[in-house]
Structures are given as structure tokens and as C-alpha cells.
Design a protein around this ligand. Structure first.
Ligand code: BGC
Length: 460
């Protein structure tokens, strides 16, 4: 009487989940290898064979708050495709947007179909917004690995996140979009920048907070970019417009594709990879991001149920169905206070697991926690590596993505772990980006326009 029962996962479940726990020794090992990968990506001689690509983005300058104008933006690369109209004025911006679905047959169809679809959505939008008669500058947030040779030239290196359209890899996606627009012949657009969502996130946070030096996405996919000195970015070959810096799109999702993370990958990670549209690619992303997190949990639940450790050994068709345990469940389950299982009870009912016991709830929550913590810890190890490398004393990290936004503890897990792993003299904070992919695209376009104007003013 009077004692609160200790709510703990059963010892066998804890034991089986041990492989999902990354202690600081393992994380430090990961940091060391990751840093090495970053150096390889930056150096000219090792770049071609490097796993972490460190692509220069051709964005050299951060916004200074004076950017103004009316811009269109496209945002492709998460769960949705969006078209936006953005008006920047000093310290203020307005935005209208429309979301369009990208049906599965287009995600896996031909490149021409994909870009025709994008051009069609764009045409619908500019007509609805009554700006079809203006030739507005457009920033294209295209959140896949691009090898760039300029601000408006980007060759697709590989598809990720469930996309697999034919005849795009190796091609310049700006040119493909321009061709699709020309095929229609009913709209006029000037594409003035192509960028990654991490770049957009960094730019949109930097607009408000001038210490922003890193952009991070933990959403459908995962990736980061950061401010590097041009002299360190050996594959960069453009003129310095004055800052001496260039943003580097790390493409850290590919980390581990050479086996570097095999010492911490589990049978669930291997299963996810084998059954994806891009086997043996994006191995770190598959351990971190929202496209896979729910499925990792489901695979563990399936295995433990079949081994008689959960639900009295009796699962359900839905529990055993690929993709049926959504990542949002993980956030919902962990949003209940400890010892309360309101969301989890509903989810179990939804999955045909009415027979779940209180101990099952405790166990399932524990498994979710292990998987989401591991993700937050891997992200933190990557960020701590960058913070240590950059050597700046005060850094804001701009962040976007559904996992960071909706998981109730992700932010705190990251704060705690980065503090443990980064040099203690570095001050950092984590800032949620307000629509980096949209506003960031407008900002990249606007900064490019501002620099161009400044350059012309100097020449005349
Ligand atoms: C892509 C990156 C992108 C990230 C987040 C990854 O799959 O390769 O370019 O930044 O997802 O959207």
C-alpha cells in the first residue's frame, strides 16, 4: 500500500533492445569516422569516392534582413509537393502556398512525367494567384543529393526517400524543369536558384538569428548543411563574393553506405534496407528519419511477438504488415506521460491488438523510446562533430522536419546529448525553422539578387 509500482520494461525486452542503445563510446567512435568522411568529401582528390559528399551549394552569403521582393518557390522532397508565393519586406514576410500530392506512380515513373506534373501544379498556382503575367524569380527547393556547378545548375546524384523516377540521375534538374515549362508554353518563370531543404532551413533561421551556421532536417529524410570556409571546400571553384564562405550540403544520410555504421546496425536496419527502393544506400538516414522510424519499431515488435515476448505471442495481421506502424505513432505513444497509455491503447486497438496487457504497453513504449533516442543520438553525434570542427564559440542550429517538430522529446534528447559530445566551451541552441523550404528558397533567390546588384553597383 502506498508504493507506486515501478513501471519497467521486462528484463528480456530490455536485453533484446540493448543493441539499439548507443553509448557515448560508440557515439564518439561514430563522430571520429564521420569527421573523417567530411574531410574526404571536401577534398578534391577524395571527393569522387567519398561517401559523405559535402556538395558546395553555391550559396556564399547569409541573409542580412534587407532582402525584399516577390518570389515563387517550389518545394519537392518531403511527403508533399508545394508551390509558394512569398513576399519579403524588411523583417517581415507573407506567404501563400498550395500543397499538391505526388502520386506513387509519379514518384516511381519517368522523370519527364514528374517534371510535367510539377510544371502543371506551378501553372495552376500562378493562375489562381493571378501572377501568371509576371515573370517572377523562382527558388526551387529540391531535397535530394545534387552535384552543383552553379546556383542554377544541379545534377541529381541519386534519388532517396522512396522516389525513383527514371532518366533523372545524372541530369540537370533545373534544365528538366525548364524544358517541362517550355513544353506547356503557358507560363514564364525565371529559376534563379536551386537548393536543398537544409540550405533553406539555415537561410530562414539566419534571417532572424545571425549566429545560425548549421541547417538540419529530421523529417521524411535526414541531412545537414553548414557554413564552411571556401578554402576548405576544394571542389568549389567560383568567385568569392566577399564572405569567404560557402554552404556545404553534407548529404549525411549516405553515411555508413561503405559499412562504417555496421558495428551498430541491427537486423531491423538490415531488413529496412533490403526492402527499400534504394538498397544499400542512405544507411544512416534509414536509422534516423521519419520514413523509417515507425517501421523499425514495427519490425522489433513483430520479432518480439513471434518470440513470445509481447502480446502473449499473438500478433495481428496489421502488426505484421509492412509500413503499417507509422512514425507518428512513436511520437503519439511518447507524448503520453510516463505510466499513461491513452494513445498507445488507441493505437493497439487500431492495429487489432485489443488483447495487449499493461506490461505490453510498458514494453512497447520502451521499444519506441529506444528507437527514437537512437535517432536523436545519431543526429547529435553528427552535429557535435560539426560544432567541434567549425570552432566557433556560439552557434545556432536551424532545424525543420516532422520528427523534430512532432516528437515530444527529440529536442531535449538532442540538447542533452550534444552537450555531452561537443566541446564544452561551445555555446549552441536549436531553433525551429519557420518553413525553411519555402522562405529559404525565396531568401536564396533574394540574396543572389542582392549580391548581383551590389556587384553591378561596384562595376559602374
Ligand atoms: C536527401 C537530402 C535531404 C534530406 C532531408 C535526404 O534523403 O538526400 O538532400 O536534405 O533527405 O529532406
Amino acid at each position: 500500500m502506498g508504493y507506486k509500482r515501478v513501471v519497467q520494461a521486462t528484463p528480456l525486452i530490455r536485453e533484446r533492445c540493448r543493441e539499439l542503445v548507443l553509448d557515448n563510446d560508440k557515439l564518439r567512435k561514430i563522430m571520429e569516422v564521420f569527421l573523417n568522411n567530411v574531410h574526404r568529401g571536401l577534398r578534391k582528390d577524395t571527393h569522387p569516392t567519398s561517401i559523405v559528399k559535402c556538395f558546395p551549394t553555391y550559396v556564399q552569403d547569409l541573409p542580412n534582413g534587407t532582402e525584399t521582393g516577390k518570389f515563387l518557390a517550389l518545394d519537392l522532397g518531403g511527403t508533399n509537393f508545394r508551390v509558394l508565393l512569398i513576399e519579403l519586406s524588411h523583417e517581415h514576410f507573407e506567404m501563400k502556398s498550395k500543397i499538391f500530392a505526388i502520386p506513387q506512380h509519379i514518384m516511381l515513373g519517368s522523370g519527364e512525367q514528374l517534371f510535367d506534373h510539377i510544371a502543371e501544379c506551378l501553372a495552376i498556382f500562378v493562375k489562381e494567384e493571378r501572377v501568371a503575367d509576371q515573370k517572377l524569380p523562382l527558388g526551387f527547393t529540391f531535397s535530394f543529393p545534387l552535384s552543383q556547378t552553379g546556383l542554377t545548375v544541379g545534377y541529381l546524384e541519386r534519388w532517396t526517400k522512396g522516389f525513383n523516377c527514371s532518366n533523372v540521375v545524372g541530369n540537370d534538374v533545373v534544365q528538366m524543369l525548364n524544358e517541362a515549362i517550355d513544353r506547356r508554353g503557358d507560363i514564364q518563370i525565371e529559376i534563379c536558384a536551386i537548393l536543398n531543404d537544409t540550405t533553406g532551413t539555415l537561410m530562414s533561421c539566419a534571417w532572424k538569428n545571425h549566429n545560425t551556421r548549421i541547417g538540419l532536417i529530421v523529417g521524411t529524410g535526414s541531412n545537414a548543411c553548414y557554413v564552411e570556409k571556401q578554402e576548405n571546400a576544394e571542389t568549389w571553384n567560383d568567385v568569392d563574393m566577399g564572405s569567404g564562405n560557402v554552404l556545404i550540403n553534407l548529404e549525411w544520410g549516405a553515411f555508413g553506405d561503405d559499412g562504417a555504421l555496421d558495428f551498430v546496425r541491427t537486423e531491423y536496419d538490415e531488413d529496412i534496407d533490403r526492402n527499400s527502393v534504394n538498397p544499400s544506400k542512405q544507411k544512416q538516414e534509414k536509422m534516423i528519419s521519419g520514413m523509417y522510424m515507425g517501421e523499425i519499431v514495427r519490425l522489433a515488435l513483430e520479432r518480439f511477438t513471434k518470440d513470445g515476448l509481447l502480446f502473449g505471442g499473438k500478433g495481428s495481421d496489421m502488426l505484421f504488415e509492412r509500413g503499417r506502424f507509422y512514425t507518428k505513432y512513436v511520437s503519439e505513444i511518447e507524448s503520453d506521460p510516463p505510466g499513461v497509455f491513452n494513445n498507445l491503447r488507441d493505437i493497439c486497438e487500431e492495429l487489432g491488438l485489443k488483447h495487449a496487457s499493461e506490461q505490453d504497453y510498458i514494453n512497447v513504449r520502451y521499444i519506441c523510446e529506444c528507437v527514437s533516442r537512437r535517432s536523436a543520438h545519431l543526429v547529435s553525434a553528427g552535429l557535435a562533430t560539426l560544432l567541434n570542427k567549425m570552432g566557433e564559440k556560439k552557434v545556432t542550429i536551424g532545424i525543420d522536419g516532422s520528427v523534430y517538430r512532432f516528437h515530444p522529446h527529440f529536442h531535449n534528447l538532442m540538447m542533452e546529448k550534444i552537450k555531452e559530445l561537443a566541446d564544452p566551451s561551445i555555446e549552441f541552441d536549436l531553433m525551429l525553422s519557420e518553413d525553411g523550404s519555402g522562405r529559404g528558397a525565396a531568401l536564396v533567390a533574394a540574396v543572389a539578387a542582392r549580391l548581383q546588384k551590389e556587384k553591378q553597383a561596384v562595376q559602374t
